[in-house]
Ligand binder design. Structure first.
Ligand code: GUN
Length: 286
């Protein structure tokens, strides 16, 4: 039987509807959640992402400001802007688009963002809170993966989840979130021996390696849920995930397509984080 498709676009639209309602409620209390996005340089992919974030904010009634800085911006100037945004009361979330130009120390910049405004969830304190299970703003793509699972009715507790990829942005945090949901978690990476064998024991397989169609059906347990985080541009110009979708379709039970799976969730979770940060900064409980 062919796998059921997890429709990230539809799930994302549902969540955005919920966020819009909450934002309207805040408006009636005189609060508008505000997001500042900082883009340094001319990276074409980053420009597209930043424009989508800005548009999404407008659609949901959030205030958004985009700071487009030239490629040769100094680290000192960038840190000064972050310091200003940390103190600006109309701003509840700060996102510095990555990658930054080579002359800027990415870690110094991330560390400078106020933790309570860290809507990317990349600050070391946010990461620490995630690991020890304290409240924090969660990294958007990993949180989006968990939301897709929950809203597709996939049980996580007690299941074996295998994560392929160990990046700080996706692999490690998604593994921590799966653990928090009581999965038994295995992380595989480029040095893992017998990766396909391990992956074939997964009830839930999350793939985030950035290599087009690297995962075929030899990695899939029949009926498994497959979450494909990869977005790769093929030579044909088409997009492909890290999973060979057509090859695994008959083996998997549930699968996210690319595009239209995890992708739409990332900005949605960012909007959710900005709303959450605005509520917290205004002393409004969950
Ligand atoms: N560049 C690509 N994805 C992301 C993201 O989720 N956050 C930031 N800040 N930069 C990115």
């Amino acid at each position: 039987m062919s796998a059921q498709r997890i429709d990230g676009k539809a799930i994302s639209a549902d969540i955005r509807g919920e966020i819009r309602q909450e934002v309207e409620q805040l408006h009636s209390q005189g609060i508008t959640p505000g997001l500042a996005v900082v883009l340094v340089g001319e990276d074409p992919a980053s420009r597209v992402y930043v424009a989508s974030k800005d548009k999404a904010c407008q659609e949901l009634g959030l205030y958004s400001e985009v700071h487009r800085l030239p490629e040769d911006t100094t680290q000192t100037d960038l840190l000064a802007l972050i310091d200003r945004l940390n103190r600006q009361t109309t701003i509840h979330g700060i996102l510095v688009q990555l990658p930054l130009p080579k002359h800027i120390d990415e870690k110094a910049v991330i560390d400078a963002i106020a933790v309570e405004k860290d809507v990317d969830g990349f600050h070391p304190v946010s990461t620490g809170n995630l690991v020890i299970g304290d409240e924090s703003l969660l990294p958007c793509t990993p949180a989006g993966c968990i939301e897709l699972l929950k809203r597709s009715g996939v049980e996580i507790a007690g299941k074996h989840a295998v994560v392929i990829g160990r990046s700080n942005i996706v692999g490690k945090p998604v593994a921590m979130l799966l653990l928090r949901e009581h999965a038994t978690v295995t992380i595989c990476h480029s040095r893992t021996a017998n990766m396909a064998e391990i992956a074939r024991t997964a009830d839930i397989l999350v793939v985030a390696i950035g290599k087009a169609k690297a995962i075929d059906k030899s990695y899939i347990k029949p009926g498994a849920t497959v979450i494909d985080v990869g977005i790769n541009r093929l030579e044909t110009g088409k997009l492909a995930g890290d999973v060979d979708y057509d090859d695994v379709l008959e083996t998997a039970g549930l699968i996210t397509p690319v595009p239209g799976g995890v992708g739409p969730m990332t900005i949605t979770m960012l909007l959710g984080n900005t709303l959450k940060a605005a509520k917290r900064l205004n002393g409004i409980g969950e």
